[in-house]
Design a protein around this ligand. Structure first.
Ligand SMILES: [Zn+2]
Length: 137
């Protein structure tokens, strides 16, 4: 676990809760879809380009190997901590639970970003996210 957080910090430049959210979300998507890293997925993120929520996009890239350079991740500017993972004809939507987003904001203010990030990393998938499979049209 420490190793993953260190990689996230190295790649992203700092450790905050949203980069961890992205990483956990990406790992969950790979697991639920049974997909391999780098080439088997496309990601449509809604996390936009404004931190802290957009920090999620870097966690997604690190966890899934989908990168802006390869064009298999895109972020639309809704500023929402959710993403759709597309694997062929299947897709999976994963969103951070609104209650968790509120709690994370509180941890950030009270305990600072590193502590908030470590705490997010310890949570179970069901505590962090809601998800559903969708048909790709
Ligand atoms: Zn960040």
């Amino acid at each position: 676990m420490k190793e993953t957080l260190a990689k996230l910090e190295e790649f992203h430049g700092h450790l905050g809760p949203y980069v961890v959210v992205g990483c956990r979300m990406g790992e969950l998507a790979l697991r639920l879809l049974g997909a391999k890293k780098y080439f088997e997925l496309k990601i449509a993120s809604k996390a936009g380009t404004t931190p802290p929520v957009s920090c999620m996009n870097d966690g997604l890239q690190l966890a899934t190997g989908c990168t802006y350079g390869k064009g298999n991740i895109k972020a639309s500017d809704e500023g929402m901590p959710e993403a759709v993972f597309i694997q062929g004809a299947r897709s999976l939507k994963i969103a951070l639970l609104p209650s968790m987003q509120a709690e994370m904001g509180q941890w950030l203010r009270q305990d600072g970003e590193r502590t908030a990030a470590a705490r997010v990393y310890e949570l179970k998938d069901e505590e962090l996210f809601e998800w559903e499979f969708m048909d790709t049209e």
